[in-house]
Design a protein around this ligand. Structure first.
Ligand code: ATP
Length: 367
């Protein structure tokens, strides 16, 4: 059993940098939690506070429900895996993996069995005699994982463990690491700035910005229903389209959304109309994923949003059209034909709606 709880945790460094700002987060037993955010948003600092390598300035960290402040890093039962793997270059793979067992006093005969078992699980059983310098990047990463696993920790903390590897290897190891961690049933807090990594590996993702927690949820939740405009704009490649609209309700008939010069109508019997109706008279931001817009032929009559195509990009598995709709740049996934417009509410109109004049993160599109 291993849970992690952060209660209003802040970290202010002596130079006044607020690295973490009143973060509340719970990681359940056996959960794979990914901390995601751009460089400098406080991810590593949170990890280091959980590990006991850094003290919180205020708030508390709880491990298994008990205050962690009193525990030394060693007593916390955590294993950390870092970006640079931090292997001992002069030691063999065998000795690197076995090192944590050696320092905790496990007898040499018993160490051998445990090392071989872990190495076999990671597919590096045949390189136990080599030194780190004689291994590929992927093998080095597996050795670092092996060293973390061998002590059967209660909690894994991983700080960008794949960021020094090439993209193909990263994709392979993503599945391998999350599979292995789940198999072991160990709680894991994993830091990355790579959203593909976060969305594919996590049970839940916590998204940070400038030390402030923006959203926590399953990959489907944070992608489909982002809590803030920041998260909406941050997740997804290409990004979610954010269109400003003026809302007006024609009672019992439709809700009109005015996007610059253009207006589209959502019939009253459409659930989405009810969703935006209470913003009557206000300006909102409508978030629509590129894949949720349906391109239609240029001469399609009725309620379509018309845009001028700036350019097309073909990526093999998808084609993207970059349009200008009034002053707003919009991306549409997959072109129906050479002359097309992006269909608005008609198609799958998913995403979020936010009042533009709100305060805090909900009011600002991006900075
Ligand atoms: P990255 O992805 O680049 O590693 P991160 O999200 O992990 O970034 P942190 O390393 O946690 O971010 O840093 C958060 C903020 O705290 C940054 O602004 C960083 O410059 C600052 N910071 C980190 N360590 C210190 C320190 N010892 N003294 C002062 N400021 C620090």
């Amino acid at each position: 059993m291993s849970t992690v709880e952060l209660r209003e945790v802040s970290k202010v460094f002596p130079d006044g940098t607020v690295a973490v700002d009143r973060v509340d987060l719970e990681v359940g037993d056996g959960e794979f939690m990914v901390l995601l955010g751009p460089s400098g948003c406080g991810k590593s600092t949170i990890l280091r506070m959980i590990a006991g390598l850094e003290d919180a300035s205020s708030g508390s960290v709880l491990l298994d429900g008990a205050a962690a402040e009193e525990l030394t890093p060693k007593e916390r039962g955590v294993a950390m895996v870092f970006q640079d793997f931090a292997l001992y270059p002069h030691m063999s793979v065998n000795d690197n993996i076995g090192f944590p067992l050696k320092v905790s006093g496990v007898a040499e005969e018993r160490r051998g069995d445990q090392i071989r078992e872990v190495a076999a699980a990671l597919g590096i059983g045949d390189v136990l005699g080599r030194r780190p310098g004689q291994l590929s990047g992927g093998q080095r990463q597996r050795v670092a994982m092996g060293r973390a696993i061998v002590r059967r920790p209660k909690l894994f903390l991983m700080d960008e463990p794949l960021s020094n590897l090439d993209s193909q290897l990263r994709a392979e190891l993503r599945a391998e690491i999350s599979g292995l961690v789940r198999e072991l049933g160990v709680t894991c807090v994993y830091v990355t700035h790579d959203q593909a990594e976060a969305l594919t590996m996590a049970d839940r993702v916590a998204i940070l910005r400038k030390g402030v927690l923006q959203d926590v949820g399953t990959p489907t939740e944070v992608y489909g229903k982002p809590a803030t405009l920041y998260v909406a704009a941050f997740l997804g490649s290409p990004r979610m389209n954010l269109l400003e609209a003026q809302v007006s309700v024609a009672l019992d008939r439709h809700v009109a959304l005015r996007f610059g010069e253009q207006e589209v109508h959502i019939p009253w019997d459409d659930l989405r109309a009810r969703h935006v109706a209470h913003y009557h008279g206000e300006r909102i931001v409508v978030g629509v994923r590129p894949e949720a817009l349906t391109p239609v032929a240029a001469n399609t009559p009725g309620d379509v949003l018309r845009g001028r195509i700036r350019h097309l990009e073909h990526h093999g598995h998808e084609s993207l059209a970059f349009l200008d709709i009034g002053a707003t740049a919009v991306v549409v996934d997959e072109m129906a034909g050479p002359a097309a417009t992006s269909g608005p509410p008609q198609g799958g109109w998913r995403g979020l709606v936010r009042k533009l004049s709100g305060n805090g993160t909900r009011g600002a599109v991006t900075e």
